[in-house]
Each structure stands twice: as structure tokens, then as C-alpha cells.
Design a binder for this molecule. Structure first.
Ligand code: PBG
Length: 337
């Protein structure tokens, strides 16, 4: 055959690396850590094999295990010792994340990012205090038919709480804060609160385009943050929407977000690519709990090779345009790299 074009020439072993377009490094990865104030021993998370909720006393040891694999950044989530309707333990000076942060920042070199949200801290499991809502006012029902009196998260009351949480995390040693509640205006109020408190150097990674996804299931068990009624569709984004994500990212850019996150990752690679093309900010992707759990479940059945599909998934997320990835595979993949 007289073929001019033989792309296979560049797939030979010694040249593959030279022409490889995408690389994945441990420094791109952020490992989630769950600190639990209700336990004094590590509690395995059943739906997320290899992950535990760790007591405050073990937070430093847990972070050190992660650093040993070459991963340099962690994302902290807290499970408080008690919950109330306002989520007040989220900004308590002796709260679970604040305690863990003080120790981790004093004793390790990890770059520590904190999730700034209320759903683990409210007794109803929503991402902010609730507002009574009356029929006929034209708002979306959270817990039933739209014609019944219902409740929804009070956006502006939540903003006041988010400011306090952000500042309390920075005070306790957070290197970066990551608001995840999808409240309108959250980035702007946290930015001003941080600046007023002298933390103008602390960046904000906004969960800018966070979808109302069924892939968060295992996390909600892990962090005990499932809504006790209704769902999050009146604040998280509709999976049907793509242009709306660009609008969310633009608003967060205007409010001073430093890093833009898309979440989940694998079912939303098109969104990652669009954000990458339209904005110059670093783009983060959250490879969420359900994306981790499904690969584990298939591998347990012997249907997939876990290490290979994990690596391929993360490479796909980077190829789509993400610069950094929050992933429960961080340690395993970093070790393999
Ligand atoms: C808190 C938060 C959630 C996740 C990260 N931050 C849960 C949610 O929105 O219900 C999910 C992460 C995952 O599934 O891995 N708002």
C-alpha cells in the first residue's frame, strides 16, 4: 500500500512520550479528607473503599499519609459533634474543621483547602438556613408539589453564615477556601470578609458550576450531609444546562474567584472544556464520590481493572481542560505515577 499518512508511526514506544499531549502529575491532585468529631477511631466509609472518616486526633496522620504519595494538597470536610437548624458549628472556633486545620497547618506542609458549606452542619441537611415559603409566590418547592407551602434555603441569610465560616477557616490556617453551596453572591461576600479580616492572600476556589447530581450519593453518607427532605435542585444547577454554567462562572469571576470548579467531572467534561475555552482562570474539576464508587464496584466484580480506569478517568478530565482535580483516587494514582 502506498499510504502517505500512517499515524501509527508516532505510536511506537520510544516516541509516544514525545508526542503525548496531556500529562498528569501528583501536583495536579487534591485529596479529600473527612474529619469526624463524633468518633475517636477511624471509621471506614463503606461506599468509598479506601477512605475513612478520621477523628481529629488522627487528622495529621491522615494528611501525612497523603503527602507521602506525592500529593501536596488536601480538601477538608468536617462532621460536627452536633447539628442545628442554622449550622452554627460550621463557624465555631473550636469546630471540627477549625481544630483539624490548626493541627494540620502547624504540623505538616500540606496545602489545605476547606469546603465552605453548611450541609454537614444543619440538622435538615440543606446548604443553609431555611426560609418559610408560601404558596403562590412563584418559587420552586423543595419538598413536594409546588402548590403546597414549603421551605427553601434562605440565600441571603446563608451568605452571612458563609462569611463567618470562610474567615474562621482562614484564621485556623486554611490556605484556600472553597465555597460549595451554590448561593448567589457567595464568592463576593466571602472575598470581602476575608479581605476585611486581613486574609487578602487567601484564594477562593469557587464550586462555580456545581450540578444537582445523583453522583454525590456516597459522599452524603460519608459526610452525613444528605438533605432530610426534598433535594438541592433549587440551588444546585440543572444537569440539562450548559450555558448557565458559563453565566455562573462569569459571575464568580466578577466577584473575585481565583479558581473555577466544575462538579461532577466525568459526566460534565463538556462543561470543563467550555470553561477552559472561555475563561483564563485555572479550572478545577471534582471527580466526585459516585464516580469513584462506580469504578470500585465494577472492579470488585472483576469487570474493570481499577488502576487503569482510574488513571484513564483522571487523564480524560485533564484532557478536557482541567488544571487540577479533586479526587478520591489521588493517593492511588499519585503512587502509580
Ligand atoms: C457540600 C459538598 C457536597 C460534595 C462536596 N461538597 C455534597 C452535596 O452537594 O450534596 C459532594 C462531593 C462528592 O460527591 O464527592 N455541599
Amino acid at each position: 500500500m502506498d499510504l502517505t499518512h500512517r499515524p501509527r508511526r508516532l505510536r511506537q514506544d520510544r516516541v509516544r512520550g514525545l508526542v503525548s499531549e496531556t500529562s498528569l502529575e501528583p501536583a495536579d491532585l487534591i485529596a479529600p479528607v473527612f474529619v469526624d468529631a463524633t468518633t475517636d477511631e477511624r471509621m471506614p466509609i463503606e461506599s468509598m473503599p479506601g477512605h475513612d472518616r478520621v477523628p481529629i486526633d488522627e487528622a495529621v496522620a491522615r494528611v501525612e499519609e497523603i503527602l507521602e504519595t506525592g500529593v501536596e494538597a488536601v480538601m477538608l470536610f468536617g462532621i460536627p459533634e452536633s447539628k442545628d437548624s442554622e449550622g452554627t458549628r460550621a463557624w465555631a472556633e473550636d469546630g471540627v474543621v477549625q481544630e483539624a486545620l490548626r493541627r494540620i497547618s502547624a504540623e505538616t506542609d500540606a496545602y489545605v483547602i476547606t469546603d465552605v458549606c453548611l450541609c454537614e452542619y444543619t440538622d435538615h441537611g440543606h446548604c443553609g438556613p431555611l426560609e418559610e415559603e408560601l404558596r403562590g409566590e412563584g418559587r420552586i418547592a423543595a419538598d413536594g408539589p409546588a402548590c403546597e407551602p414549603t421551605t427553601t434555603v434562605d440565600n441571603d441569610a446563608t451568605l452571612a453564615a458563609l462569611e463567618k465560616i470562610g474567615v474562621s477557616h482562614a484564621r485556623a490556617g486554611a490556605d484556600m477556601v472553597a465555597p460549595s453551596g451554590m448561593m448567589d453572591g457567595m464568592v463576593g461576600v466571602i472575598r470581602s470578609a476575608l479581605d476585611d479580616a486581613g486574609f487578602e492572600h487567601v484564594p477562593i476556589m469557587s464550586y462555580a458550576a456545581k450540578y444537582e447530581s445523583a453522583f454525590y450519593g456516597p459522599f452524603r453518607d460519608a459526610a452525613d450531609g444528605a438533605p432530610s427532605f426534598g433535594n438541592r435542585r433549587h440551588y444546585q444547577m440543572d444537569p440539562a444546562n450548559s450555558r448557565e454554567a458559563m453565566r455562573e462562572v462569569r459571575l464568580d469571576a466578577e466577584q473575585g474567584a481565583d479558581v473555577m470548579m466544575v462538579k461532577p467531572a466525568l459526566a460534565y467534561l463538556d462543561i470543563i472544556t467550555n470553561v477552559r475555552r472561555k475563561f483564563d482562570h485555572p479550572v478545577a474539576a471534582y471527580n466526585v464520590s459516585g464516580e469513584y464508587a462506580m469504578l470500585h464496584a465494577a472492579a470488585e466484580k472483576g469487570w474493570l481493572e481499577l488502576a487503569d480506569v482510574a488513571l484513564e478517568s483522571l487523564l480524560s478530565i485533564k484532557r478536557a481542560g482541567a488544571d487540577l482535580i479533586v479526587t478520591y483516587f489521588a493517593e492511588d494514582v499519585a503512587q502509580r505515577l
